[in-house]
Design a protein around this ligand. Structure first.
Ligand code: HEM
Length: 90
């Protein structure tokens, strides 16, 4: 995986990525318990209200996003799957 985690985990290749995949990132308990993959539909809902989807998650939004903004973010995220560097292959 490329891309560093900062406040949140790296979102490199997040669309259809397994939930809580980033190994060096310490997730909150609600995300630790979560199962499944980040489909674009799920991401869209999560962005609308992270706390509603995973109550107690450390991801918080103070400002609601508009529909078109979420669509633009999803479009952006679908384009940032980086090609793994040589040392990342196993
Ligand atoms: C629209 C932009 C954003 C999107 C699409 C997004 C998406 C995500 C996703 C999908 C995860 C879970 C990743 C995984 O399962 O590996 C996550 C986690 C997280 N994000 Fe965001 N995020 C956004 C903005 C932010 C912002 C602005 C902050 C804080 C300033 C933030 C803080 C966090 C934190 C702290 C976590 C870890 C949550 C936990 O462990 O409960 N995110 N984010």
């Amino acid at each position: 995986m490329n891309g560093d985690s900062r406040i949140g985990p790296s979102l490199d290749g997040i669309i259809n990525r397994r939930i809580r995949l980033v190994k060096d990132y310490v997730y909150s308990e609600p995300l630790e318990k979560a199962r499944g993959n980040w489909t674009s539909g799920k991401l869209n809902k999560f962005m609308q209200d992270p706390q509603k989807m995973y109550p107690g998650t450390s991801m918080q939004f103070s400002m609601p996003l508009e529909n078109y903004e979420r669509r633009a973010i999803l479009r952006y995220l679908s384009g940032i799957k980086t090609i793994p560097a040589e040392e990342d292959k196993n």
